[in-house]
Design a protein around this ligand. Structure first.
Ligand code: NDP
Length: 248
């Protein structure tokens, strides 16, 4: 069964590669019009071309989620082009890993600004569009690390745990407008973000995964597409672990 998102407009951040790219393509395949947003225009255009190649409708928007100005102008541009935003996937994220004692203020600020404050500002910029439509889906990409913690990632874990509290609060605030808010918490997914791990670290990760394989960006995109669909209409304030059993 293909979950139909015909007539819906999705905005995906960090859509130039990895999980965001896979989400944009999956939502496009399900029939949504897709605004693909990130900083790298060339990569965004490739994603747009892929969605168009599948018969979908997509447009790229250059967006820096660490900049309030960029968020506001992009939200306006997306709504001007597509008329509305029904599905928002806050996926853009970065890491600046180091132990607490060595963590610079800038390492903390960069991660919180991009991963958490960016999601807050962009959600705020598009929410009236969802409320007006009396239909909306906010899907925040958190992490297993936001649930379990991780040495060397105090900044990143705080941002991802923050997204979970943010998601649950939105779920309560927006339910009466038929807008749901959920988080997806990926485990160890093979993308550019995790390509920096060496063989030893990779082995240690795999050792913690009962399903005995790393996740793929499509594993995450499948969960996001489900949460965006009408089939997930009664699910809100949920954190969906997509982690092969790594944390339960
Ligand atoms: P990648 O590093 O492959 O992709 C990150 C994406 O975020 C890129 O498209 C990048 O695009 C975008 N991005 C980064 N900074 C900004 C910014 N300031 N403004 C706009 N876009 C930005 O990572 P993944 O695909 O692996 O990660 C996607 C999300 O999933 C992240 O939030 C990550 O924390 C989360 N996650 C990943 C896991 C994994 O194992 N891979 C596990 C758990 C969670 P560009 O450079 O073009 O701006």
């Amino acid at each position: 069964m293909v979950l139909s998102l015909e007539g819906k407009v999705a905005l995906v951040t960090g859509a130039s590669q990895g999980i965001g790219r896979a989400c944009a393509i999956a939502l496009g395949r399900a029939g949504a019009k897709v605004a693909v947003a990130a900083r790298n225009e060339i990569k965004l255009q490739e994603v747009v071309n892929e969605i168009a190649g599948n018969g979908g409708d997509a447009k790229s928007f250059v967006l820096d989620v660490a900049s309030e100005e960029s968020i506001k102008s992009t939200a306006k541009a997306v709504i001007a082009h597509f008329g509305s935003v029904h599905i928002l996937v806050n996926n853009a994220g970065i890491t600046r890993d180091t132990l607490l004692l060595r963590m610079r203020r800038a390492d903390w600020d960069d991660v919180i600004n991009t991963n958490l404050t960016g999601a807050f500002l962009l959600t705020q910029a598009v929410i009236s569009s969802m409320m007006k439509a009396r239909w909306g889906r906010i899907i925040n990409i958190s992490s297993v690390v936001g649930e379990a913690g991780q040495a060397g990632q105090a900044n990143y874990a705080a941002s991802k745990a923050g997204l979970i509290g943010f998601t649950k609060s939105l779920a309560r605030e927006l339910a009466s407008r038929n807008v749901t808010a959920n988080a997806v918490a990926p485990g160890y997914i093979e993308t550019a973000m995790t390509a920096v791990l060496d063989e030893k670290q990779r082995g240690a990760m795999l050792g913690q995964i009962p399903l005995n394989r790393p996740g793929t960006d499509e594993d995450i995109a499948n969960a996001v597409r489900f949460l965006a669909s009408d089939e997930a209409a009664y699910i809100t304030g949920h954190v969906l672990d997509v982690n092969g059993g790594m944390y339960m």
